[in-house]
Design a binder for this molecule. Structure first.
Ligand code: NAP
Length: 248
């Protein structure tokens, strides 16, 4: 079983969806978890409460990751709590947008890249002083980065950027003993993939998957916890598909 006993972790976008499930999984494995949120203060506090109720340690941290200054501010908040050592960073917070090429606006494009690419990039940069030998960074890519699944070109490009960053970060940070990987979820039943609630959306999703059920946030959280743990100590620079065999 994955153990993160005595480790410190920061999960961005942990108020809902995959981030929430990941925060709970890391806490269950024994980590102290910093539960980051954007707007969902009450939801993040509920995650903190749930972790504490099970005997774990957690704190909620706010930052709007669309703002250029947010990674620095969030890193400062994290350092004020964990001190000089962060074992696990899960840069999960993200935004989606379903739009054709014609429909995509410059504002949409900039927002997608600000939250999904710029924020994780500079969060890693700002946290480097407290990431060290044995630390693990997990970024969140997507099935959309390597397969066409709907009108998602701008969003998909942000996830393609994540797959590229994983390799470059892993190469540059390997000398410090820091591992960097990503998970690439398929369709997961969260607010972001609300189309799964319709019969058509459900049918589409099951049609592209080898495994015939709708995936839940927990299905991704276990893979993230594995990559974060010492069990994955020889894995770096990789993107792990967590998609029930989508678009094989
Ligand atoms: P979700 O349920 O919509 O949750 C998104 C999370 O990101 C929330 O906690 C939200 O925080 C946070 N967030 C969004 N914009 C933010 C901002 N400007 N500043 C700070 N926090 C912000 O999404 P999800 O489905 O769990 O997705 C999580 C990650 O998985 C994303 O990177 C997404 O691209 C990726 N992914 C999802 C799927 C899927 O099918 N669901 C598939 C592949 C990849 P607040 O609510 O507190 O603002």
């Amino acid at each position: 079983m994955t153990t993160l006993s005595g480790k410190t972790a920061l999960v961005t976008g942990a108020s809902r969806g995959i981030g929430r499930a990941t925060a709970l999984a890391l806490a269950k494995a024994g980590a102290q978890v910093l539960v980051h949120y954007g707007r969902g203060a009450a939801e993040a506090e509920a995650v903190v409460k749930e972790i504490r109720a099970s005997g774990g340690r957690a704190e909620a941290l706010a930052a709007d990751l669309e703002a250029p200054s947010a990674p620095r501010a969030l890193a400062e908040q994290a350092r004020a709590i964990v001190g000089d050592r962060l074992d696990v960073l899960v840069a999960n917070a993200g935004v989606g947008k379903s739009a054709t090429i014609e429909e995509t606006t410059v504002a949409d494009f900039d927002r997608l890249f600000a939250v999904n690419v710029r924020a994780p990039y500079f969060l890693v940069q700002q946290l480097l002083p407290i990431l060290g030998e044995g630390s693990s960074v997990v970024l969140v890519s997507s099935l959309a980065a390597h397969a066409s699944v709907g009108a998602l070109s701008a969003y998909a490009a942000t996830k393609g950027a994540i797959d590229t960053l994983v390799k470059h970060f892993a190469a540059e940070l390997g000398g410090r003993g820091v591992r960097v990987n990503a998970v690439a979820p398929g369709v997961i039943e969260t607010d972001m993939s609300s189309f799964t609630k319709s019969e058509g959306g459900r049918e589409f999703t099951l049609g592209i998957q080898a495994l015939k059920r709708l995936a839940q946030p927990d299905d991704v959280a276990g893979a993230v916890a594995f990559l974060a743990s010492d069990e994955a100590r020889w894995i770096t620079g990789d993107t792990l598909r967590v998609d029930g065999g989508s678009k094989l």
